[in-house]
Ligand binder design. Sequence first.
Ligand code: SDX
Length: 393
Amino acid sequence: QAGVFTYDPGFTSTAACDSTITYIDGEAGVLLHRGYPIDQLAGQSHYLEVCYLLLYGELPSAKQLEDFEQLVTNHTMLHEQMQYFFRGFRRDAHPMAIMVGVVGAMAAFYHDSTDISDPHQREVASIRLIAKMPTIAAMAYKYSIGQPFVYPRNDLDYAANFLHMCFSVPAERYDVSPVLARAMDRIFTLHADHEQNASTSTVRLASSSGANPFACIAAGIACLWGPAHGGANQACLEMLREIGTVDRIPEFIERAKDKNDPFRLMGFGHRVYKNFDPRATVMKESADEVLELLGIEDNPVLQVAKELEKQALADPYFTEKKLFPNVDFYSGIILEAMGFPTAMFTPIFALARTVGWISQWKEQLADPQLKIGRPRQLYLGETQRDYVDIENR
Ligand code: SDX
């Protein structure tokens, strides 16, 4: 039929793109970044080194890493005039709304890194985005709680600097806990990239039109916000709080199984993983470590999460449908224990995922066959018909 798109069931025709950055085996629960397993990177590396690996394809030498970290550190401040942009938002604006707006507006402040045909400008935009996202996320948080913005410090590492910008106040000394900084860094690493998820595919599609890097990343942030995607960490913690106590878990598990009930177990299931999300395993260990450090290992929300996971994985509905905890199931528990409100969970995901978006954006632009993304459709609407004047309808 005219206009009907012939759908090819073969996998290759549905692959969004070629890529050499991240590999996922959903059945085996494997996640590799440039060939390195995520559990090794989370345990032995740190976020900026993983950023280097994702961006340039190889682990850096000591000198390369030192230069890269210095370059990022020197770009953590935001153009001073952008403060006025923040002040235009209502105080109760969701930090993701602020991030989408501020990152998109960066094109208006950093004119010298918007021309994607210039490799140097692409590189400058990449570094600026990775370096400034913690500052933007922290400023969004400070603005939402009515506290003054805190400038980045060059003597702190990436994760410690973010905690400093979020939690220090001019009125008193704030020393960043090395263990919390390590846990924060690990959360960044676990969220760095994840193949062609919805927000990364959004960035790739936007970049295929030649849009500037700040607009492409703002598009990714907007997509990540959804509760089925990056918003799940906030939705999961709100769900755990709603369940409240272990004895209410069976009620919610039955609701999640009921096709007539829109309720889903947040932090459970995945489009690709049909086994444990390897990031969830590392996140669960980190949750135990952080809560023990903070002396709240008996945190009721963590107890509910662990019992919910145990009961769900003992239920054939979940195991037969291969629904396991994903990266969002435990991350919110750690972030809340660190002092973040739930509204900051997805901005932290966006901050960490920026390097993945940027790496995939650069890979897309390097493709000599680059054509604008233009998906087709299976048209199921009316066949052609003539206009009818209103008096004859
Ligand atoms: C992220 O793509 C990425 O890589 C994303 C991400 C990344 O790093 O970028 O990993 C981050 O987005 C993780 C996912 C976060 N979202 C959530 O935790 C929200 C809760 N999860 C569900 O909404 C759901 O699992 C999805 C959206 C993630 C996937 O949904 P699908 O595609 O429907 O999953 P599926 O096809 O495997 O579902 C199989 C069945 C379906 O039932 P049937 O139609 O077969 O009867 O399981 C059901 C689903 O309805 N199901 C659930 C469920 N997830 C799927 N039932 C109850 N609770 C759930 N959480």
